[in-house]
Design a protein. Sequence first.
Length: 404
Amino acid sequence: MSVSLSCHRCETRYDDDTRVRCDCGEPLWIDAETTSFAWDDCGNRSGMWRYEAALPIDRPDGVARAAGGTPLVRSPGLDDVAGGRVFIKDEGENPTGSYKDRGSAVAVPRTIAAGDDVVGTVSYGNMAISTAAHATSLDRECIVFVPEDISPVRLELIAQYEPTVVRVGGEYGALYEDALELSDRLPITALVSDDPARISGYKTALFEICESFAPETPDVIALPASSGGFASGVWLGIRELERAGLIDEPPRLCLVQTAASDPITRAFEDGSTDPTPMSSDETGETIARSIGNPDPPSGARALSAVRDTDGAVVSVTDDEIRAAQRRFAVEGGFCVEPASATTLAGVSRLADRGEISAAESIVLVPTGTGFKELGTGETDVATETVHRTDLADRLESLLPPRGE
Ligand SMILES: *Cc1c(COP(=O)(O)O)cnc(C)c1O
Ligand SMILES: [Zn+2]
């Protein structure tokens, strides 16, 4: 595939494939020629590499080959809460437990092919874990910038891949721009949330969903949104499939934010095209640690995605997130992280407002596994200890009678 970049807002094209931003300030994405793209022509390669023809690199070696190809399953136990027919696209089944692997699988090998730069990232969550894993699997050094007060659990998850970890003091939020500048001055390529190659990788999640539904299209797709990178990739996928004639009516994109930091929701409600960055006085703590970017670099693009598909943006509170996370487990059997549980809480709000109807198909995308968040030693489950000699008698009273 020949690579050119373009801007979603002003449609300017650039042939310089190292650019990441348009002159108008918006992040760029990579255009794929999909007019002749057809499901039957996709090969039988594993995971996201089934769509290699629409990606800007050839299938690489390493852990990238394990990215994507996640299951889409019907989960009727969640229908009542969600207000429609629920399908789960479980992105927690990627090699490092989140959809970020789809982006790293394209962006890391592409950086490596371009030269001998160290791969860098600014994250202390799934982005860092994924980037470090993909870099080391191709034998390339990775440098991860984390906040100085990172929790030991998070540090351990990142450190298992042995990247160079730099704790940074000062305002961590400002590091996003600093990282792009570091890339200009030092032999580091920083793969931040809106890197164009990452966005290309993310579109494969949408391709997989639509191929599973073909020739139908799901009515609603619900994703959590923070930087807006994943939403951008999903929208890119929708646009490419529309151009290829593979979908007519696009699914409505529903983005969900944490009420603790929700600049995209605010802009959606105001009718603005650009989110207004939120100051630290306006934002709060949330259990949904993977989301809550107060100044989302792909925020304007995410808003366009929602408006273009006639979707919505909603915010949910930590209490709603906790309840939804529990439903995912108890009703669906899925262990999802709080950021991902927002999807269920969000569609439930939309259904209450009458924006989703019972006959509609809803794809919830739990973006990350909940297993990384466990291990705190806390649980609410009531247990009792029974001596082994009394086990049979005691179980008789605990279990439901046979035949029920
Ligand atoms: C990164 C992340 C998000 C947010 O995605 P953006 O692309 O920043 O909008 C949501 N959920 C999980 C689990 C993540 O790791
Ligand atoms: Zn532009």
